[in-house]
Design a protein. Structure first.
Length: 86
């Protein structure tokens, strides 16, 4: 999802598991078990006005996920766990 957003593609993804959390408001969420939902999501993403909006929101969303941020959050969790043991 994030790679697609970072590359400028509009994203249509599942509305289950972690997909809504990762995509935020920068993707069209669909029911992966409903063909009509998937079709409607794809058609919405292909609409020129929606596409521009999704691409802009996707770029902003993807920019928030960096290796630096991931490393910092991981170190914070480790530090918190160590404090809890002492």
């Amino acid at each position: 999802i994030l790679e697609a957003m970072a590359s400028g593609a509009p994203v249509v993804t599942s509305n289950i598991a972690s997909m809504p959390e990762v995509s935020g408001d920068a993707a069209i969420l669909v029911d992966p078990h409903d063909v009509r939902s998937i079709r409607d999501g794809i058609l919405a993403a292909l609409d020129p006005a929606n596409r521009v909006d999704l691409v802009e929101r996707g770029a902003r969303r993807a920019a928030g996920f960096t290796w630096e941020r991931t490393a910092r959050l991981t170190l914070d969790v480790i530090a918190e766990a160590r404090r809890g043991r002492n």
